[in-house]
Design a protein around this ligand. Sequence first.
Ligand SMILES: [Zn+2]
Length: 193
Amino acid sequence: MPSYASIVDDVMAELPEDRVGLWWIPSGLRDDFAIADADEVRERSLALVHEILSRPGVHFGQFVSGRFERWTLAPDEVVERIDQDWRRLGRPPDIGEIGWFDRDLYPCPVCAFDLDFEPWRQGSPSHEICPCCGIQFGYHDSAGGDAARTRQVYENWRERWIGNGARWSSVGRRPPSGWAATSQLAKLGVRVP
Ligand SMILES: [Zn+2]
């Protein structure tokens, strides 16, 4: 049994930067795993869709009059609707057909990088590290629930990060293509000298 996890990983790696079309999955199954049988491609694709939709913050939707609209359905229902659309189509979806995966993004409070996790949720830290500025939520910014102190931690971290050249922090993860600290910081109204 080959592992199709690489397709899920590819989709999850792309999602913080852009929406990913459903067509990625059947084309990955055909190109990377040489699955030719149409029913098998559909069934395996739907299983992968379900797995992707079970990841936190991932949604599915389609463009309606030029605006992206998420389907407000449970993962099971999304899979069922995709299955129906796919059968109606009578072949694997092509670019733009049926829909796209979409992901919630959370700007880092220090550097404004779009994180694919929520730094804090209802008072509980994620313990994740921002790959861009290196702050770890729940460790570096634990200020005993004091909002003013937390803000100060973020400002200090940002100042120090900029002072050190505003360089990409993570060794294990590459910055997105075209990444620039200056335009990112501009979102916070911060100008880099
Ligand atoms: Zn950051």
